[in-house]
Design a protein around this ligand. Structure first.
Ligand code: UD1
Length: 448
């Protein structure tokens, strides 16, 4: 497995460009299945999860080319065959092909989907929403078969504002007959981006970004060109990195209006950020930015994760890492995923003082963290440990660092460009197949 080697204690200075959002591009790629036309998706990040989703689409006979950050998907020859479980099982988001296949072909066979170890992640809300449109879901030995004679618009209420269930429902309902009104829908910016893409294809979706979304079914959708929104979790991760390491960062392309809960937490913690704040519905602009001036220990916080616009669960591990250095006692309660505080035991190996009980953590801030050998247990926990390593004294090794590649484009390159001393020890190097010298940011020479 990949490892990251970090020599901590360096200030971060400079500018990085925020990449396209993982959680927006994955449903947008799935939505391309709704058309027999060609979709051109721009600002697509080079991430392992995006590559896996592309493999899923290729199994369904989507033809593709991916040049720089532009992904072209030709969906003329798509058929609703069952993609191989080995590929589906690599990411949870592969379940997002359910809605569009049901919408376009009125059937979909899908094996068990994968995901991180952060919680059990059932599909009951997806199924209940799709059944309300007239589809039937039959369990198979592994996975399920969904089908419908026809899909009919309906009034649907989600018992919980699940992001994935909202996306699958939108994608099925857009080719259903009549109007669907979805209540208690997820309001995440990525839902707004998905609706924006589908409307560019000729869909009629209104209310995305609120808890009531109206979808008027259309007969057919066309190919479209679309630019994916910037990644608010990458943005947050770099903000926390700057706060933990000190220094000044400028995150170009970052959208402050997508990160209000985190920016409010930063302000409360005494960390100074400035930002451009366009209208909520304005599209991504090059000139949007967030700057941060870090330095000194943060003030402690009390935080509970919640659905958008609450504090994002995907930023909880990074914030936990930051608060392990706060001046005083903080608490973080995780309300979305049941197993997302498990990584605290790795952070404790670096000297953090954290007690966890059920879904809450009490964090007594320490003056410094120490480098250690720690294991990434999932994507965001891996990123949080890397941030702790950047702020710690001494050397940190992050094992199972491949998790980080699932959701961060060029994580090592971007942090190195800001002055971090962070190096990837590749799988090949571990096996001794490739010996090369890498000069890291502080001229520490490693033979890997
Ligand atoms: C998406 C994001 C993920 C983020 C999460 C919550 C993508 C690709 N992933 O995941 O990064 O952490 O939103 O913001 O966009 N649940 C059920 N039954 C269901 C569906 C969900 O009980 O049918 C539960 C889940 O177990 C979890 C909670 O609802 O406890 C939130 O899940 P959901 O909003 O669906 O998250 P995802 O769409 O999987």
């Amino acid at each position: 497995m990949d490892k990251l080697l970090i020599n901590g204690g360096r200030r971060l200075e400079g500018e990085v460009r925020i990449s396209g959002a993982k959680n927006a591009v994955l449903p947008i790629m799935a939505a391309a299945l709704l058309t027999s036309g060609t979709c051109v998706i721009k600002n697509v990040p080079r991430l392992d999860d995006v590559s896996v989703m592309l493999s899923v689409l290729q199994e369904l006979s989507v033809r593709s080319s991916w040049h720089k950050d532009v992904l072209r998907l030709d969906c003329a020859h798509v058929s609703p065959v069952a993609p191989s479980p080995e590929i589906l099982g690599q990411i949870r988001a592969s379940n997002l092909i359910l809605g569009p296949l049901l919408g376009r072909f009125k059937e979909a066979e899908i094996g068990a989907c994968g995901g991180c170890s952060i919680g059990c992640r059932p599909m009951n809300l997806h199924f209940a929403a799709l059944e309300a449109l007239g589809s039937k879901i039959l369990p198979l030995e592994t996975g399920y078969f969904a089908f419908a004679k026809s899909l009919q618009g309906n009034v649907v209420h989600l018992a919980f504002p699940s992001v994935g269930a909202t996306e699958n429902l939108i994608m099925a309902a857009v080719l259903a007959e009549g109007r669907t009104v979805l209540h208690n829908a997820a309001a995440e910016p990525e839902i707004v981006d998905l609706a924006g893409f589908i409307n560019t294809m000729g869909g009629k979706i209104s209310g995305a970004g609120s808890n009531v979304i109206t979808i008027d079914g259309v007969k057919k959708l066309n190919g479209a060109e679309y630019t994916v929104m910037p990644d608010r979790i990458e943005t947050g991760t770099f903000l926390v990195a700057g706060a933990m390491c000190g220094g000044s960062l400028r995150l170009s392309g970052a959208r402050a209006e997508h990160n209000t809960a985190l920016l409010a937490a930063m302000q409360q913690a005494g960390i100074s950020c400035t930002y451009s704040m366009p209208n909520v519905n304005e599209r991504f602009e090059e000139e949007s930015f967030i700057t941060l001036h870090g330095g000194g220990r943060p003030r402690p916080l009390q935080v509970v994760t919640a659905s958008y616009p609450g504090f994002p669960t995907d930023m909880q591990p990074q914030l936990t890492a930051m608060l392990s250095l706060a001046q005083g006692r903080s608490s973080i309660c995780e309300s979305i995923f049941e197993n997302r505080l498990a990584f605290a035991k790795e952070l404790k190996k670096m000297g953090a003082t954290i007690q966890t009980q059920d879904n809450c953590a009490i964090i007594d801030g320490v003056a410094k963290l120490n480098g250690a050998v720690v294991k990434a247990m999932d994507l965001r926990a891996g990123a949080a440990l890397a941030l702790a390593g950047l702020a710690a004294q001494g050397r940190t090794v992050i094992e199972q660092a491949a998790y980080i590649d699932r959701g961060y484009e060029d994580f090592v390159g971007k942090l190195s460009s800001l002055g971090a001393d962070i190096t990837r020890l590749s799988k090949q190097s571990e096996q001794g197949k490739q010996i090369k010298k890498i000069t890291t940011a502080n001229n520490c020479r490693l033979v890997v």
